[in-house]
Design a binder for this molecule. Structure first.
Ligand SMILES: *Cc1c(COP(=O)(O)O)cnc(C)c1O
Length: 379
């Protein structure tokens, strides 16, 4: 009998989802917006911080798009973006007809590099255009160098859109990821730490901006009896059914974070003796990661046929899913003509890296099978 599959990151139900979805169906709130949406926003606001205003949307991607719109990003404007990320961080820049400027990572957090960021800002200003925004990412749930990056952004007075899609539950110096930027965004896609099946959220610090976000997300309807529009609108609001799933899911957020952090401890133990592998770990106790995905760098050894691709295949032969890291955006055909500032760090991480199964529902048997593959492969 073939082994049961072990996936990279699977969603897990709390059991409370049905109740909220049922309530939506029974009260006939089957639309975008509604009581579940408002309640989901309240729960998130309480969770994140006192100053957070949350707008629930249909995806993390639309949250980034709305953040750019709310910052006034228009055609030909330049927006800096971390290169090592999922394409959804950068695509909305193109939706606006703006120009992405990609910046390399540093090795401590794998996120946007402070030195390269400042070089990029100075050079773009020198070339005649000050970047309109900076999109930073907490990759795989690991906070970026928040103090350094934000002080550079403040120095040049450029707002930050904090892509916290992978980092709900992570924090830096005790403050939750998603609450540092002018805007923060979350994703509730199926593979994230909690899901609404598909969904996202925009985090801001003012009620007025939240109202404006809802205005754009619901087709920019002016105040009139008939439908009147003086601005371009979008259909980006979260559905009341999805928010019901979210209300059930958020009850197990902390449990999921702890389970994923336990996976991290498991990998730490497994890789302790393996010199050619470096498990990603946060730099120090200022950084609290949800370890959404556990990632490793493998020093290739041609003689012994050790590299990340051969390990991936060894896992695959046991029906265990692993995946290469995000391929940097400046190396993607769709973005390759756009400017890039860096020293190939992101590319190096990409070429040596692998994401390991990290779901909050990994069982002891799953972990034993994973451990077996690793032990056999490296022996
Ligand atoms: C998942 C993800 C997004 C996009 O979220 P969706 O809800 O799938 O649109 C954005 N950025 C990063 C880094 C992600 O991992």
């Amino acid at each position: 009998m073939p082994n049961k599959p072990i996936y990279l990151s699977l969603s897990q139900q709390s059991g409370f989802e049905h109740e909220y979805v049922q309530r939506a169906l029974e009260t006939n709130w089957i639309t975008s917006g509604g009581p579940n949406v408002n309640e989901f926003e309240n729960v998130l606001e309480n969770y994140l911080s006192e100053q957070s205003f949350v707008t629930a949307l249909n995806s993390g991607t639309s949250a980034i798009h709305l953040a750019l719109i709310l910052l006034g990003v228009e055609a030909e404007d330049e927006v800096i973006c971390q290169s090592l990320t999922f394409s959804a961080s950068a695509n909305p820049i193109l939706y606006q007809g703006a120009i992405p400027v990609f910046v390399d990572s540093e090795l401590d957090t794998w996120n946007i590099c402070p030195q390269q960021l400042e070089i990029a800002i100075k050079d773009r200003i020198e070339k005649g255009k000050k970047p309109k925004a900076i999109i930073t990412v907490h990759l795989y749930g690991n906070p970026y160098k928040i103090d350094e990056i934000h002080s550079i952004a403040d120095k040049y007075n450029i707002p930050i859109i904090e892509d916290s899609a992978e980092a709900l539950g992570s924090s830096y110096k005790g403050k939750k990821c998603g609450t540092f930027g002018t805007f923060g965004i979350l994703s509730f896609n199926g593979n994230k730490i909690i899901t609404t099946s598909s969904g996202g959220a925009l985090i801001t610090t003012s009620k007025k901006i939240k109202e404006k976000a809802i205005f754009y997300a619901t087709q920019s309807k002016d105040e009139a009896i008939h439908y009147q529009h003086s601005e371009v609108g979008y259909n980006y609001r979260m559905s009341n059914i999805c928010a019901g799933v979210g209300l059930g899911q958020i009850q197990i957020l902390e449990k999921n974070v702890l389970a994923r952090r336990e996976n991290h401890s498991f990998y730490k133990e497994v890789f302790k003796e393996i010199k050619s592998v470096k498990l990603f770990e946060v730099l120090n106790e200022d950084y609290y990661s949800n370890y959404w995905l556990n990632t490793i760098l493998i020093e290739p050894n041609r003689e012994k046929e050790i590299d990340c691709e051969s390990l991936r295949i060894a896992f695959k032969n046991q029906n265990i899913e692993t995946r290469p890291l995000w391929k940097p955006m400046h190396l993607q055909p769709v973005f390759e003509k756009h400017p890039y500032y860096g020293n190939q760090i992101a590319q190096d991480i990409f070429e040596k890296g692998l994401c390991l199964p990290s779901g909050s529902n990994l069982t002891i048997e799953d972990k034993n099978r994973i451990k077996e593959v690793i032990k056999t492969f490296f022996n």
